[in-house]
Design a binder for this molecule. Structure first.
Ligand code: SF4
Length: 633
């Protein structure tokens, strides 16, 4: 029998054979990997061959949940999609909220593994033990909201949870996403292209079971207290009111609001992209994911102007930045419209916006011209051009076909020195932060397993000066440097410790908010809760949780090592290391990355010269089994 919290079953969809297969979840995975990201890392490493084409039948798309997914624990409705990334060719993962993760658990499965390739368009139906691969010929070409509505109608079930591929995923746009029930996106690294390449248009899930935890009474008591901690936290209350838009003003104040393709961190039009401005004018209701007591999502509507009639959730801070400040646009309706187009076509907002920013700057500097763009003038602040380019990218039409490859590949194809304006790490475009004014994120972006990642190790405590929290976590001897955003010293300590805690967060799986920011739950809270949920006593030890986290970070690194990643790839765009921040509180700042990398590898037990995990580290984390799957074998 499975430990509490788990269904104990993995569902495989074998597209080539048109079969389903239900397997037992290996019980030792619970002790060694907990769930979520951890389970997926183990499975992906073992089953996806090194150096395979991410768009081939050899790649797999994994949907994974954790032991508390679908329980009473606050914000436990999240799930993760993992694959070899279509955009970068390395480790790919994308977390998403909403209700689809709990639905998979209620249907009776901890994980879904989609393998092989169908020879015709299909969609996958999972209704408890009713498992079907159904014809999707009539849905092919539909936008995500259209196919979502059509499948719900077809099965007469408004509550069925749907992860859909849009036209972008069908056309294998490298940064295409999966859109869950019209609004939530498994956005980054190209999960839409992986599923599109398998000829799968959608995954529809409906479950009628329940999740049984090990000690119902004690778990419920702790979960209720955890909800109260969220509900009474002043910063969580602010987040509930303003959503992530709260960040626009904060970022502007500290000079870290990406503007003009990350050239600067100060945007004159920031006020029109702030929560204070947006909420009273455009927000019509608040929304929340499964089991959330914070509720950061907002439904918005544009009443007048060129984008009148646009209705949708979002964009969050990252979308506001990507289609607003970073393109010189001080207009919320443009960002909502751009966000909607991305959701309908199924494209990642961060990468789509950043790739347009790359094109704008290359055009400004005369490296590309109207001959490349098919006559389009690319100018900062031009909303209509942004909308036009997004449509072209989603359809892979004209210049949009080049941009659909993402900024790194587009720059390679265009040449002429355009590479300098592609702001990415390992092929993934940089999110809404800037290492020049926040050194720990510089290190996080450089070392992130999936590329420039703001979710795996972003240390907020240092940047926003949470001195008390910093003292408790890292010790008084590391103050004040560890919370000085302009100093490299001790930043590896903060990054490694945060990455470990977030790793456990992503195995449970719970939302970023309340763990990463505001800092409500940390390792001790997980250690107190996990034995009650699972009955596995070893998960009640913080030291053991830290070792599990280290194992996962190192396993992802080994996955990337198989694909050729070394220290040389743990870098930053030249803009952050050589171009001083031109204005704002961080004026004159650049990143000195190498000393932080040395510290990071030392703390991780990775080789300083190559950045690869040492033999000793591999042994100490019981990862010797990975050698069996190395390319030479
Ligand atoms: S805080 Fe926001 S993203 Fe997180 S679970 Fe709640 S509504 Fe979803």
């Amino acid at each position: 029998m499975a430990a509490g919290g788990y269904t104990g079953r993995i569902l495989r969809v074998q597209l080539g054979e048109g079969n389903f297969k239900v397997e037992k979840l290996p019980p030792e995975w619970i002790r060694d990997y907990i769930g979520g990201d951890g389970f997926a890392a183990k499975l992906l490493y073992e089953e996806v061959p090194a150096r395979c084409d991410p768009l081939s039948s050899h790649n797999k798309l994994i949907m994974s949940t954790g032991p508390i997914t679908g329980t009473l624990w606050p914000m436990s409705g999240r799930t993760v999609f993992v694959s070899k990334a279509a955009q970068t060719g390395i480790w790919g993962e994308s977390h998403v909220g909403g209700f689809i993760g709990p639905e998979l658990k209620y249907a009776g499965y901890d994980m879904l593994v989609i393998e092989g390739q169908s020879d015709k368009p299909v969609y996958i139906l999972i209704e408890d033990s009713n498992l079907q691969i159904l014809d999707a010929g009539k849905f092919w070409g539909m936008k995500t909201h259209e196919v979502t509505a059509a499948i719900k109608r077809e099965h007469c079930d408004p509550d069925i949870q749907i992860a859909a591929v849009g036209p972008a995923g069908e056309r294998k746009v490298r940064f295409s996403s999966l859109i869950i029930n019209n609004a939530r996106a498994a956005g980054r690294t190209g999960m839409g292209a992986v599923l599109g390449a398998k000829n799968v248009k959608a995954i529809a899930i409906r479950g009628h079971g329940a999740v049984e935890v090990n000690d119902h009474e004690a778990f419920t008591k702790l979960a209720k207290a955890a909800h109260m901690r969220v509900r009474t936290n002043p910063q969580a209350q602010e987040m509930g009111k303003w959503g992530t838009w709260i960040l626009t003003a904060v970022k502007q104040e500290i000079g870290e609001l990406p503007t003009y393709n990350h050239r600067t961190g100060v945007f004159p039009g920031w006020e029109k992209l702030s929560g204070d401005y947006i909420r009273p004018r455009y927000t019509i209701s608040d929304r929340a994911c499964f089991g959330c007591s914070l509720g950061c999502k907002k439904m918005n509507y544009v009443r007048e102007g060129p984008f009148a009639g646009t209705l949708g959730e979002g964009p969050e801070y990252e979308g506001l930045m990507a289609f607003g400040s970073n393109l010189g646009i001080a207009d919320y309706p443009t960002t909502l419209k751009a966000n909607q187009i991305c959701n309908e076509y199924g494209m990642d907002t961060i990468s789509a916006g950043a790739t347009i920013g790359f094109a704008f700057e290359a055009f400004e500097n005369g490296l590309i011209t109207t001959k490349d763009t098919g006559g389009l003038q690319l100018e900062w602040g031009d909303s209509q051009t942004v909308i036009e380019l997004l449509e072209m990218m989603g359809k892979r039409e004209g210049f949009g076909d080049i941009l659909a490859e993402g900024s790194r590949a587009a720059a390679k194809r265009l040449g002429r020195g355009t590479e300098q304006y592609a702001i990415h790490v390992k092929g993934l475009e940089v999110s809404g932060q800037d290492g020049r004014t926040h050194r720990s994120i510089a290190l996080g972006h450089a070392t992130g397993a999936r590329g420039a990642d703001h979710l795996r190790s972003l240390v907020v405590v240092d940047q926003l000066g949470y001195e008390k929290v910093a003292r408790e976590r890292w010790g008084a001897d590391k103050l004040p440097e560890i919370i000085d955003p302009y100093t490299e010293k001790y930043k590896a300590t903060a990054v490694v410790e945060s990455e470990n805690a977030y790793c456990i967060r992503d195995t449970l799986i719970v939302c970023w908010y309340s763990v990463s920011w505001p800092p409500i739950f940390w390792m001790k809270d997980f250690a107190d809760m996990l034995p009650l949920a699972t009955g596995e006593k070893s998960l009640g030890d913080v030291k053991n949780l830290t070792r599990i986290a280290e194992r996962q970070v190192t396993l992802k690194r080994l996955f990337n090592t198989r694909e050729g990643i070394t220290r040389a790839d743990d870098n930053l765009p030249r803009r952050f290391t050589h171009d001083p921040m031109p204005e704002g509180p961080g004026k004159g700042q650049t990143v000195d990355l190498e000393p932080m990398l040395d510290d990071y590898y030392r703390l991780r037990g990775w080789d300083l010269e190559t950045g690869l995990p040492t033999e000793q580290k591999i042994r100490s984390l019981s990862l010797e089994w990975t050698k069996k799957y190395a390319p030479s074998h």
